[in-house]
Design a binder for this molecule. Structure first.
Ligand SMILES: NC(=O)C1=CN([C@@H]2O[C@H](COP(=O)(O)OP(=O)(O)OC[C@H]3O[C@@H](n4cnc5c(N)ncnc54)[C@H](O)[C@@H]3O)[C@@H](O)[C@H]2O)[C@H](O)CC1
Ligand SMILES: [K+]
Length: 514
């Protein structure tokens, strides 16, 4: 694992830093090293001679900020310090004293503070323990109200390091320089309005110290480009044939939502799956054929509302007799996009299949309505649920949603399934509590049909990987990363308003080309 993949809580970061100090690294030396790295990075963002306001807290976050103040001062920047605290940690106090002796102007009251070009937020880091109130809260709200870009050290002051919740109030940063290892709170959806552009400042924490605290197979992982690309079914074996590249069955669509079936099919197409079968209501059959000529389109008996009534009977080759479609002849099945809840009798049937099964959209709503989540546990192979927030809350009404990472872990344990909780920071968990977080996405994906594309892409990849050593969750993480990167690429080219679901399908393969 690379440093970019690890995710830590405040307690785990404290334990790791305790090991570093116990091994002989002086605290002051580490602070000097870290603040030196921050100062270097800042000089690439802030032009020489510009004015920088340093917000220094009472702890070592403040210590980092004061070292940065001194270094920028020597590099010719105009620097002032806001330090409203009376009780400072020893090291922080020393740096404060030195900054004052250098003649750097220090303020205790926000009323005296001049304007500046940038603010450096060193008020609180992972040591924040309680709600921020009174004059500090007033100061933070004041700095947020100015139009000066803010760069937060480690974590925007006021955010809970683990949950990303705002404790009273929080700095709205334009950049966050996360120190050493990614803090869990920065990967929580509720932190997004405060984090801005986040990057990791690696200060050479040894892998031994990391694994000593997080274990050899850390429970929570941040999805990176390297890990995602490493699990794609690429390169393809020279000698192969279409059935060796997986046979996926999609069960989707209805008269009301015909497009959902097409978008799911296009997502599956981009995955490279060898054989694609799509079961839709009979009346949609020719429509699907026209959009996906390579797919085997299976017409199903339909309800009077135009939904799939039940699985179809199909003839097989020469023998004329018809029999129920053999669900176990597929390597993966995905069900749900555009289904409508009129296909309610379908789900108990489909859950009986023995291959990996992805349930999305109305398949999840039907599962919630039937209350049949417990029937997933005895399944012979993996089940993947891909709810967005609303579907999640209908499926798991008793799970608190404040900490999405905890929520998805509990849902996976309760259901026995891999649960992918879609959102601005999609979180995936397996029943053993392993979590994968997608750290980058775009609001351009918040449109009807995006989820259908993900279901097609995800199930198409899963169909190709089965019986190989790749674990299912890695594929789910890869599909999530790939899907969001296509959204980001499309938004770069067409703005965030230009990423309709069909366009999204057209940007999937260009991501791999890049
Ligand atoms: N551990 C190290 O040596 C290094 C840490 N790094 C940086 O330091 C912070 C963590 O430092 P720590 O002193 O533990 O905590 P904070 O700086 O986050 O300060 C919290 C400080 O403030 C007090 N406090 C907590 N909550 C409140 C509140 N609501 N109102 C007022 N005061 C509060 C609390 O008592 C603490 O003392 C880490 O983020 C890094 O930035 C270095 O980078 C490496 C060395
Ligand atoms: K901070």
């Amino acid at each position: 694992m690379t440093k970019e993949q690890f995710v830590v809580t405040a307690a785990q970061m404290r334990d790791i830093e305790t090991r570093i100090f116990a091994a002989g690294m002086p605290v002051a030396a580490l602070m000097e090293k870290v603040a030196g790295l921050i100062s270097q990075r800042l000089q690439a963002i802030i032009s020489p001679g510009q004015c920088v306001g340093i917000l220094a807290g009472p702890g070592h976050n403040g210590g980092d900020a004061l070292v940065v103040a001194r270094e920028l001062h020597f590099r010719g920047y105009q620097v002032w310090i806001y330090q409203p605290f009376s009780q400072l940690k020893e090291l922080t106090s020393q740096h404060f004293q030195y900054a004052q002796n250098l003649g750097i102007t220090c303020y205790q009251e926000i009323s005296q503070i001049p304007n500046c070009d940038f603010l450096i937020d060193g008020l609180f880091g992972f040591g924040l323990e309680r709600k921020i109130t009174d004059s500090i809260a007033t100061a933070i709200n004041y700095f947020n109200s100015k139009n000066q870009p803010i760069i937060s050290i480690d974590i925007p002051s006021g955010l809970h390091t683990d949950t990303g919740e705002v404790l009273g109030t929080a700095i709205q940063a334009n950049y966050t320089f996360c120190l050493g290892l990614w803090k869990q709170g920065l990967l929580q959806e509720q932190a997004l309005p405060y984090v801005g552009k986040a990057e990791l400042i690696d200060f050479d924490i040894s892998l031994a110290d990391i694994h000593a605290v997080l274990g050899n197979n850390p429970q929570i992982k941040r999805i990176t480009k390297t890990t995602a690309l490493s699990t794609l079914p690429l390169p393809r074996p020279l000698i192969t044939h279409k059935y060796k590249q997986g046979h996926l069955l999609l069960i989707c669509g209805s008269k009301r939502y015909a497009g959902g079936a097409i978008l799911t099919g296009l997502g599956a197409r981009a995955s490279g799956v060898g054989m694609l079968s799509i079961a839709v209501p009979e009346s949609l059959k020719m429509l699907l054929v026209s959009h996906l000529p390579e797919a085997l389109i299976i017409g199903c008996p339909e309800t009077e509302t135009g939904a799939i009534a039940n699985l179809p009977f199909v003839g097989c080759g020469s023998d004329s007799e018809m029999h129920l479609i053999d669900l176990n002849s597929f390597t993966t099945i995905a069900c749900g996009p555009g289904l409508t809840k009129d296909s309610i009798s379908l789900i108990p049937e489909i859950i009986k299949c023995e291959c990996p099964l992805i349930l999305d959209a109305d398949a999840l709503n039907i599962l919630a309505q039937l209350g049949t989540i417990p029937t997933l546990k005895p399944r012979k192979s993996a089940t993947v649920l891909t709810p967005h927030t609303g579907e999640f809350q209908r499926l798991f009404p008793n799970i608190s949603y404040t900490n999405r990472i905890k929520a998805v872990q509990i849902a996976a344990q309760e259901s026995g399934a891999v649960v992918l909780l879609k959102g601005a920071r999609t979180a995936i968990s397996n029943p053993q509590g392993g979590v994968w977080i997608n750290p980058e996405s775009t609001p351009a994906l918040a449109r009807g049909g995006s989820g259908d594309v993900l279901t097609g892409l995800l199930s198409g990849l899963l169909a190709q990987i089965i019986n190989k050593e790749t674990v299912i969750e890695d594929i789910v993480a890869t599909a999530t990363w790939w899907h969001s990167q296509a959204g980001i690429l499309a938004a770069e080219t067409r703005t965030e308003l230009g990423v309709d679901a069909f366009t999204l399908t057209q940007y999937l393969l260009p991501v791999l080309k890049r």
